[in-house]
Design a protein around this ligand. Structure first.
Ligand SMILES: Cc1cc2nc3c(=O)[nH]c(=O)nc-3n(C[C@H](O)[C@H](O)[C@H](O)COP(=O)(O)OP(=O)(O)OC[C@H]3O[C@@H](n4cnc5c(N)ncnc54)[C@H](O)[C@@H]3O)c2cc1C
Length: 558
């Protein structure tokens, strides 16, 4: 298939400007970065978060009055999928454990490992297969100040600057302090980091980093992290039980208001069951599959904000959910790859972003939100984007430059997965550029936690992309893989310690908090027959949708 003749004609302009751009890159010259004021201006005018339309204030719950995307507020202002009276609830208990971890991505698996290491029996329950998660898709790298010229101090400053000085300082301190320890932990678990010829860890720059501290495993860093975490968890069967195809649909409490486990929907048998736990960690990841403002997404199929919805109903406030990260470089062509992430590493390796005339229009290492806003401006305001046969728009990312700057074969070596994904459609990215446009990538916010991952509801902890605060209003590349391992580990340890100190746990489970939430909806005048969490995206096939209906099912899909 490949590019159309019209697109190939336009690529000639890229090829024409390439030699001069390469000469400049070799001299260390680059496009002038924006000033702080320039960044603010382009963000205000073109970043989707700054649009007034498509968002509204939530009318109920602990963050009432805060304004979030409509797609997310719809889920918050919905009813429970299943409301069981307390007597019947006890009969649904299928498992009892010390620590329940909801979500089998990087944060959840790290939490399970550390909880087990601190003596807790763990059940890790996850919606799809263990490892079907955003973690496994992560490409570019994980940050950590492991080099002599670097320190957690510089890392801290970069994180805070990247987040527009809005981040929660105690979380950033934890993130950057634990980073070198986490890199060492992953290596001890068997992770194959990229290395230099002398055996030392290879590090690169990412957007917004003042020091080279991005560690990678080709362009499959997340997959490699997930490989070692999952292996390790599966090797601890004495302490960790793993349940797949089990979607949490509600947090359960005891009669003293403490978290006491969760209610689940078995996606294979289509039955509901409960897990009673002394402590629970929510690690359900992000919300890309809500396709906020119609954006394509990089996220995996299960990224539907479930943990946020059930945590919110249980009384946990949200932090930074007004802020969504659009990755600057999602695939805009071919159609089969739409929304797929092109890692920032491509720009880190020297590839320029170019408009329809083959001209540079932005410094390639601006923070992600600024970079995205600049691409949107170039396409929609200056009309200098490239239109695809289906009417999508994008700009060129000049990957063949990497072959010249890094040596022949560099594209295949550094970006093996991306190379294959494009070759399937007869596009050789070592020879022709990629067409890209911003794509919904990451939810900057989530459940509010402190540096021990406590949520404020006793016994309920949060970690990873489902939590918010550490990245403020903008996450820098490589800090999420770090976030999930740092706070996943902290959550596991905190939950296990909490269990040790727990006295007089009431054995009666209750969904009273859900009943109260329903009453609050009614009092706020929210008339709805919607139910949440979503569990699967709402473009799921009809038959799959129907499978979500059970005899217990209550709600709007009947
Ligand atoms: C394509 C891509 C590339 C990325 N590249 C990078 C990178 O290079 N560097 C970086 O730092 N970050 C990167 N990120 C971001 C990073 O990978 C994620 O933010 C991070 O891995 C999230 O980890 P997590 O464990 O919090 O969530 P996830 O890994 O998404 O795991 C959440 C798990 O919870 C499960 N779940 C969801 N709902 C329920 C429910 N109701 N019940 C039970 N289980 C549930 C999901 O199925 C999933 O298994 C990338 C993200 C994507 C999508």
């Amino acid at each position: 298939m490949g590019y159309t003749p019209e697109m190939l004609e336009l690529i000639k302009r890229v090829e024409k400007s390439r030699p001069e751009r390469i000469e400049r890159a070799k001299k260390g010259e680059h496009f002038t970065p924006l000033t702080l004021a320039g960044r603010e201006e382009v963000l205000g005018k073109f970043h989707p978060d700054y649009k007034k339309e498509g968002r509204r204030a939530v009318k109920v719950g602990p963050s009432k009055g805060e304004s979030y995307p409509d797609e997310f507020v719809d889920l918050l202002e919905s009813k429970s999928r299943l409301l069981v009276d307390d007597a019947a609830l006890q009969d649904l208990v299928a498992y009892e454990t010390d620590v329940l971890v909801i979500g089998g991505g990087g944060a959840g698996t790290s939490a399970a490992l550390l909880a087990a290491e601190h003596g807790a029996k763990v059940v890790l329950a996850t919606k799809l297969r263990h490892g079907d998660a955003n973690t496994v898709m992560a490409e570019g790298g994980i940050q950590g100040a492991t080099q002599e010229v670097d320190s957690p101090y510089f890392h801290y400053l970069d994180v805070i600057g990247g987040g527009h000085f809005t981040n929660t300082p105690e979380l950033v301190e934890a993130l950057t302090h634990d980073a070198p320890l986490v890199i060492e932990w992953l290596e001890r678990l068997g992770m194959m980091f990229d290395k230099n010829a002398d055996g030392r860890l290879r590090v690169r720059h990412g957007g917004g980093t003042s020091r080279k501290r991005m560690h990678s495993a080709g362009d499959m860093t997340g997959s490699e992290i997930m490989r070692v975490l999952r292996d390790e968890a599966r090797n601890r069967q004495d302490m960790i039980t793993i349940l797949e195809f089990s979607a949490a649909v509600e947090i359960l409490k005891d009669t003293q208001g403490r978290c006491a486990g969760a209610l689940f929907y078995n996606m294979e048998t289509e039955e509901y069951f409960a897990i009673r736990a002394k402590a629970t960690v929510v690690a359900t990841g992000g919300y890309g599959r809500l396709h906020v403002q119609g954006f394509a997404t990089t996220n995996h199929y299960g990224a539907t904000a479930d943990g946020l919805v059930i945590g919110y109903r249980a009384g946990v406030p949200l932090a930074f959910m007004h802020s969504t990260q659009y990755h600057p470089t999602g695939v805009a062509f071919p159609e089969q790859n739409i929304g797929l992430l092109i890692t920032e590493k491509v720009r880190g390796l020297g590839a320029n972003l170019l408009n329809i005339n083959g001209e540079q229009f932005v410094f390639e290492r601006e923070p992600r939100d600024v970079e995205s806003a600049c691409i949107i401006q170039e396409c929609l305001d200056r009309n200098k984007g490239i239109i695809t046969p289906t009417g999508r728009i994008g700009v060129w990312l000049d990957s063949p430059m990497i072959e010249v700057l890094e040596g022949p074969g560099a594209v295949k070596q550094e970006l093996p997965a991306k190379y294959i994904q494009f070759m399937r459609y007869d596009i050789d990215i070592s020879k022709v550029p990629m067409l890209v446009y911003p794509t919904l990538h990451y939810q900057n916010g989530g459940l509010q936690i402190n540096n021990l991952t406590e949520t404020g509801v006793p016994g309920l902890f949060g970690a990873g992309e489902a939590s918010g605060g550490v990245h403020g209003e903008n996450r820098l590349m490589g800090n999420s893989l770090l976030d999930i391992t740092v706070f996943g580990r902290r959550a596991g340890r905190s939950a296990a310690e909490y269990v040790k100190g727990l006295e007089n746990q009431s054995s009666t489970l209750t969904m009273d908090h859900v009943r109260q939430f329903h009453a609050e909806l009614q009092a706020a005048g929210v008339e709805t027959n919607r139910v949440s969490p979503l569990v699967l995206p709402n473009y799921t096939r009809e038959e799959t949708m129907e499978k979500q209906l059970t005899t217990h099912y209550q709600g709007g899909m009947r």
